[in-house]
Design a protein around this ligand. Structure first.
Ligand code: G6P
Length: 583
């Protein structure tokens, strides 16, 4: 993950870029850099290290780009910091994402005489643009056509009073002010200057000069866009001053998935090896954490072809006879204080089993009694309904599954991609859409959620979320079980949320949706693809094995808005507590 900001206008670009970078620092902070344009020349400064704390000398000009980096290709050095330039030093590029075919492109460009000064994939973009030998905008488009992978790019050329932003898979948003334009990875980067935004969609590029102009990368044809006003207040966004902790924590998932996967690879691999050699592995937890543990069964089966057991911590005592010295118990808990979890762990330890904790609160009881602890680094979670801890736990469990399969790097790449997709999803337009669907459900007494495979446990978790914050009776089912009883509950207008990823469960899920429709159910599809059978569609990205992460987030949002619309105390639901320290 990296942060990008660009500015074209009538003011000095540098202070605006600097302020924007500081707001984007959560996206990565191992190096930073700027490139501005003044009197037909590029002025560049870049450095390894954090921008916060750095003393900067302003660069001249009213056009510029800037970047804060989270290293993927190439170590953390001054040379690898963005922006990167072509051979002539007149084209500068900042980039977020990964160019998958960069080695082949670099070899091709080197053969043609281009010389490189960094180890990044980004630098090839500047040279590839240079190589097109046509006008700058068309050169960027042609270069983009040759790039494989997921990325966002902003490029400038000395003497052309414009910026070109390209998006395929990584976030990039345009802000429009009075006689000035912004482009950034996230809205808060320019929120003190404008609340008017325009979304670049995947496969498009934008030219920013006087008016933003959008085009398709593939065809070069113009694309029409709407201006959208965001309701965020700049100060609120900075302070994280949301009306409730729950929505603040939902939004924090832009960062927390990334933080969860920031682990010591050797430790992850050591535990993965222990799982391979264990006499049985149990995943235990309570409430939402238990649903993460249940998902672990599917993840390990799918990714590592290995059987692990899920047991709710409160039921663990019944399984103690299966414990041996080389049994592994993986306890998942946000607080690390849940009584049923602690008791189960004590039982396991008495039998000589090894205990691994996946926990959020450092120094909690669980971390003290476990043999090894992984911290999910989600920051304090204060709303009773767990949101950001859930997806962070899912990410960490996924890393373990990939490591067990000997594919830790592949797992990390998927999760880095997924973190980018989540960042993309959590935009004001998306929140409004989900709020609208929640409002349609305000007066409903029941809601049902169905899923298969990886997303069956997420259907159960979705029911917990809706129930606890809105008090609407909600139940989750394995979609295939629907016709063995639950379908009797479906009546005219009854909301049924169907989680349908782009995997092998897709077609069977659509059949189940049709069974619901035939009984008058109101179907809300949570899916990367719309379907004529859906009455409402909540679009989610296609995150492959990480689909539980991207599927549960919109349902957290739905539950939140449903609770608010029904006048519930969403942060402190009745009868519940954040940390359940009694049996
Ligand atoms: C309570 C909370 C849930 C949480 C569960 C387990 O029921 O309301 O949000 O999932 O406890 O808590 P833990 O701290 O062990 O994850």
């Amino acid at each position: 993950m990296c942060g990008i900001i660009g500015y074209v206008g009538h003011q000095d670009a540098f202070p605006i870029l600097e302020q924007g970078l500081r707001r984007l620092e959560y996206r990565g902070y191992d190096s930073f850099g700027f490139a501005t344009q003044h009197e037909g020349t590029l002025h560049i400064t870049k450095s390894a290290g954090k921008i916060s704390g750095a003393t900067l000398t302003p660069l001249p000009g009213s056009i510029g780009i800037a970047h804060t980096r989270w290293a993927t290709h190439g170590g953390v050095t001054d040379e690898n910091a963005h922006p990167h330039v072509d051979c002539s030093g007149s084209i500068a590029v900042v980039h977020n994402g990964i160019i998958e075919n960069f080695q082949a492109l670099r070899a091709e460009l080197e053969k043609k005489g281009h010389s490189f000064s960094s180890g990044t994939d980004t630098e090839i973009i500047a040279h590839l643009i240079e190589e097109q030998k046509t006008d700058f905008v068309e050169a960027v488009r042609k270069a983009a056509c040759r790039l494989a992978g997921r990325f966002a790019i902003v490029a400038e050329h000395a003497g052309d009073k414009l910026l070109v932003g390209v998006r395929r898979g990584s976030p990039l948003i345009v802000g429009t002010g009075k006689d000035e334009l912004f482009v950034a990875s996230d809205i808060p980067a320019f929120l003190t200057h404008t609340k008017t935004v325009m979304y670049i969609d995947d496969g498009e590029f934008v030219v920013l000069s006087t008016e933003p102009k959008f085009f398709s990368i593939e065809t070069g044809e113009p694309v029409t866009k709407r201006r959208i006003e965001v309701s965020w207040d700049a100060a609120d966004a900075e302070k994280g001053d949301y009306p409730h902790f729950m929505i603040k924590e939902i939004m924090e998932q832009k960062e927390t998935i990334q933080r969860a996967i920031h682990q010591d690879d050797n430790e992850i691999q050591r535990i993965a090896d222990a799982i391979k050699n264990a006499y049985g592995t149990f995943f235990i937890g309570c409430g939402t954490a238990a649903k993460v543990c249940q998902t672990a069964e599917y993840l390990f089966s799918r990714i590592a072809q290995r059987h692990v057991n899920f047991v709710p911590a409160s039921e663990f005592a019944s399984h103690e006879h299966f414990l041996k010295e080389n049994t592994l118990v993986i306890a998942v808990s946000q607080s690390g204080e849940t009584a049923d979890v602690l008791e189960a762990v004590e039982t396991a330890k008495k039998k000589g089993a090894k205990v691994i904790a996946i926990v959020n609160v450092t120094g909690s009881s669980l971390t003290r009694i476990a043999d090894t602890s992984f911290l999910i680094n989600a920051g304090p979670e204060q709303a009773v309904a767990s949101t950001k801890a859930t997806t962070a736990q899912l990410a960490l469990v996924m890393m373990l599954a990939y490591a067990t399969a000997g594919k830790l790097d592949e797992g990390r790449r998927l999760l880095v991609d997924t973190a980018g997709m989540v960042n993309d999803m959590l935009n004001p337009r998306y929140m409004k859409l989900v709020e609208g669907i929640a409002k349609q459900m305000t007066n409903k007494r029941n809601a049902y959620i169905i899923g298969r495979g990886l997303n069956f446990p997420m259907a159960l978790e979705a029911a917990i979320k809706i129930m606890e914050v809105s008090y609407v009776h909600a139940q989750g089912f394995a979609a295939g079980e629907l016709k063995h009883g639950p379908i009797a509950l479906i009546q005219q207008g009854e909301p049924v949320i169907a989680i349908i990823p782009q995997d092998e469960t897709h077609d069977a899920m659509i059949s189940n949706v049709m069974e619901v429709k035939a009984r008058g159910g109101f179907v809300i599809g949570v899916s990367p693809k719309n379907n004529p059978e859906f009455d409402a569609w909540i679009r989610v990205p296609d995150a492959r094995n990480a689909s539980p992460i991207v599927s549960i987030i919109p349902i957290q949002i739905l539950a939140y808005y449903l609770g608010v619309a029904r006048g519930c105390d969403v942060d402190k639901p009745r009868n519940l507590a954040k940390s359940v320290t009694v049996k």
